[in-house]
Design a binder for this molecule. Structure first.
Ligand code: UT7
Length: 330
């Protein structure tokens, strides 16, 4: 199949902080166990920033690798979009730190806040940007420092999250046999109270006494979020397949947002596909929100599980709630 105006991913890169926090480390911090965490989430360890580190370091490192693998220089980039919920600062944005760190002198840059679906949202914006201007090159980054917004006394959330960054370079190509075929972006704020991070926004003054200290960290009613996540991920996947006259077995690989192995397994069972068709690395990184899909993309390609010409489906769901699906020929 030829895609008349295609947006293709040229390369990817990733970087995570070297510090690893295992389930055994967490056992010493809260009332939990390696067994519980593995059974309920599939996570064994996660990378987290050391106290003196910032996530922009890793966002820049991931971007440099993507540039190198695409054979491009920073000055070739026209736009930088960084999907993140946890930038170093609100101002300057993380995308600006990346722009400056790379020396991407002609690039526009902005951050995008769409929680765990952020990278796929950014990919869809990038798709629109290059389709009619195929010579343009975009750097799309997903980078998170969720450990900084984690309440390390709350066992219901602190076992879940990790830090890291992934990046891709996207460009346009006329009449191509690969690229983005279709996407879905969605949002539903009716249950937003189930997953929140209130402190740091403008509703409250800094360290406002009206806001309890725990509201400066991510709070989640996990069981309720789980139910919605499974339903929505299945819905997006089936809708994208159906409207493109595809069956689940036509897919070569599915890269789901890595929030919980049981959510991924549920989707796999609903699509009735073998384990090999799902890329999973949650055991090593935990939930890295907007960084989870670009990190997985990078690893899937490196491990030879994602190859040129493969039909790829990416699906994500996150706080807000936001959700997204992208169907593409790799
Ligand atoms: O990325 C954005 C979207 N996020 C998600 O999609 C995450 C969705 N939710 C989840 O992944 C799961 O709900 C969790 C992993 C967060 C929790 O798993 P669960 O199977 O839904 O557990 P639960 O919340 O129903 O809790 C079951 C029990 C409770 O004890 P009781 O009330 O049955 O006595 C919890 O207190 O497990 C207890 N529990 C823990 N025990 C040991 C909760 N957290 C822990 C823990 N260690 N870390």
């Amino acid at each position: 199949m030829q895609i008349k105006k295609a947006s293709v991913i040229l390369s990817s890169g990733m970087a995570v902080p070297p510090k690893v926090l295992t389930n055994y480390d967490l056992e010493k911090m809260v009332d939990t166990s390696d067994e519980w965490i593995i059974e309920r989430t599939g996570i064994k360890e996660r990378h987290i920033l050391d106290n003196n580190e910032v996530i922009s370091t890793y966002a820049i490192e991931a971007s440099k690798e993507a540039l190198k693998r695409a054979g491009l220089q920073a000055k070739d980039i026209d736009l930088i979009i960084c999907a993140t919920l946890t930038p170093d600062y609100l101002m300057p944005s993380l995308s600006i730190l990346i722009q400056n760190g790379l020396g991407a002198v002609k690039a526009g840059a902005f951050d995008l806040s769409a929680t765990c679906s952020g990278f796929l949202y950014a990919l869809c914006i990038g798709d629109q940007f290059v389709r009619n201007n195929p010579e343009r090159k975009i750097l799309i980054v997903g980078a998170e420092a969720l450990s900084r917004k984690t309440n390390w006394q709350d066992r219901t959330t602190c076992v879940l999250f990790g830090d890291g960054a992934g990046a891709v370079i996207m460009t346009g190509q006329e009449n191509h046999d690969r690229g983005i075929i279709d996407f879905i972006l969605g949002a539903d704020g009716s249950n937003s109270h189930l997953l929140t991070l209130k402190g740091g926004g403008s509703a409250y003054f800094p360290l406002d006494e009206k806001l309890p200290p725990e509201e400066y960290y991510i709070r989640m009613q996990g069981r309720e979020v789980f139910k919605i996540a499974t339903r929505v991920m299945e819905k997006i996947a089936l809708e994208l397949l159906e409207r493109n006259n595809l069956k689940p077995e036509d897919l070569d690989l599915i890269i789901p947002h890595q929030a919980n192995l049981r959510i991924i397994e549920y989707l796999r069972e609903r699509l009735n596909l073998p384990k090999e068709k799902f890329f999973v690395n949650i055991d090593r990184y935990g939930n890295t929100s907007a960084a989870s899909i670009p990190i997985a993309l990078y690893e899937a390609e490196k491990e030879g599980k994602l190859q040129r010409g493969n039909l790829l489906l990416m699906v994500a769901f996150g706080g807000g709630f936001t959700y997204a699906g992208v169907l593409m020929r790799w």
